[in-house]
Each structure stands twice: as C-alpha cells, then as structure tokens.
Design a protein around this ligand. Structure first.
Ligand code: CMP
Length: 225
C-alpha cells in the first residue's frame, strides 16, 4: 500500500516498474516525529524527500519572527527539489506535522537518474508547474479574497489531500494547530478562529481538535470563490 503511494510521486509516475524499484532501492528511508525539523530555510541543500506517510509543513519566517506556511504536504508528495533545479539555499523550512516516513534522495543521484531517464524530467516539470499554479492562486487570494474565503479554500484544499469520506461529509485530519492553520491562511489566529466559528454556527463544518468535518462542501466552495 505504502509502495503504491510512493510510486504515485511525480518522480516515479510512468517509470518502468523495474526502474522505479531500483530508484526506490537507492533512496534511504527515514522515520521522523512531529516537531522534527528536516532542514531550515537558507541552509545548503543536497537532498530531496518523498513522503511515504505522515505530513510535512513548508514554512518561511519573516525578519520579525512571524511565520507563513507555503504548503502542507502528504503521502506521494515531494519536497526539497527547488534548490536542485535553481541551485541555492533552501527556500523554506521543512517541519514534521504528523509522524512521517520519508525516502531521501541525494540531488547528485537524481541528476544521474535524469540523465538516463529523461521522461522523469517531464513529470518533475509538471509537478513544478502545478506548484506554480497553486502559488499564483494563493497570491491572488491574498490580494483579492477576504479571510473567510481563504479559510474555506484552505479547508477544501486540505480535504483533497487528507480528507476521508464519512457519513456526514468529509473528515479532514489536518493535524495543524490553530496557529498553524492561521499561518497557512496568512491571517491572525483570532480572525481565522472567528471564520471557523462562523462556519460551524452555519452548520458548514464541525471542529474536532486537529481535524475538521466538512458538512456542507457546496457552501464552502461558494464561499471560497
Ligand atoms: P527547497 O528550496 O530545496 O527546500 C524547501 C522546499 O519547499 C522547496 O525545495 C520545495 O520543495 C518546497 N516549496 C517551496 N515553495 C513552495 C510552494 N510555494 N509550494 C509548495 N512547496 C514549496
């Protein structure tokens, strides 16, 4: 099952299964716990990671100490590759949000693979283009959308990654604290809380600690537009 998840990562999609297995065998598995930092923004980089299970947040810190989350990634996703394609320091800090199993691959090993498997480069380009598309959308939302709209959008986005269908709707075990959720939306904890309390009062969501049940996806989608 976990193998299937790893094989769905952009690095392995459409790769000959034998080649994929060989590449996976050349990667080192690691286990990390909530709160562990895999690397810091600004550090020198020499490896990338594929997530087998768990969740990783990618965040940046402003000079006055405020934090912003660029993304929360889950099984099948990859991070730590930007500093390879655009050589330079890490563009974000990677921190474990939910205990995770990862596969590590040295940048030098990936370069060697790309030379012999050029189609893999196409999949990596596709993953990068997808990320740029999401980032553009997040940037436009910061300018054009109000905070409740951004909260609705963040919940729907987390649902596509971590949601499971339950009788009442979609349960999203995001594992984020209220502070982290606010950092993902790019607003204060108080304002994000107020939006969530309003959604709960309208019957659109139910909050359950570090999870939320989306009870009315249609309304949330309309609010996110
Ligand atoms: P790297 O710069 O090596 O280390 C930080 C990683 O965070 C980066 O590679 C990407 O994998 C990831 N990352 C950076 N910016 C974004 C973004 N806007 N959306 C999703 N992931 C990102």
């Amino acid at each position: 099952m976990e193998d299937d998840v790893v094989l769905s990562a952009p690095l392995f999609v459409n790769m000959d299964p034998e080649a994929a297995r060989a590449l996976i065998a050349s990667m080192s598995p690691i286990e990390v716990s909530r709160g562990d930092v895999l690397f810091h923004e600004g550090e020198r980089a020499d490896r990338l990671f594929v997530i087998t299970s768990g969740k990783i947040k990618l965040g940046r810190r402003s000079s006055d100490g405020r934090e912003n989350l660029l993304s929360v990634q889950g099984p099948g996703e990859m991070f730590g590759e930007l500093s390879l394609f655009d050589p330079g320091p890490r563009t974000a800090t990677a921190t474990v949000v939910a205990d995770a199993r990862l596969l590590e691959l040295a940048h030098s090993a990936l370069i060697a693979w790309l030379e012999t498997n050029p189609t893999v480069a196409l999949h990596l380009l596709k993953a990068l283009a997808h990320r740029l598309r999401r980032t553009n959308e997040a940037l436009a939302d910061l300018v054009f959308s109000d905070i409740p709209g951004r909260v609705a959008k963040a919940l729907l986005d987390l649902a596509t990654r971590f949601g499971e269908t339950v009788d009442e709707g979609i349960r999203v075990a995001h594992d984020l604290t209220q502070e982290e959720l606010a950092q993902l939306v790019g607003a204060s904890r108080e304002t994000v809380n107020k939006a969530l309390a309003d959604f709960a009062a309208r019957g659109w969501v139910r909050r359950e600690g570090r999870a939320v049940v989306l009870l009315d996806v249609d309304r949330l989608e309309r609010r996110a537009r």
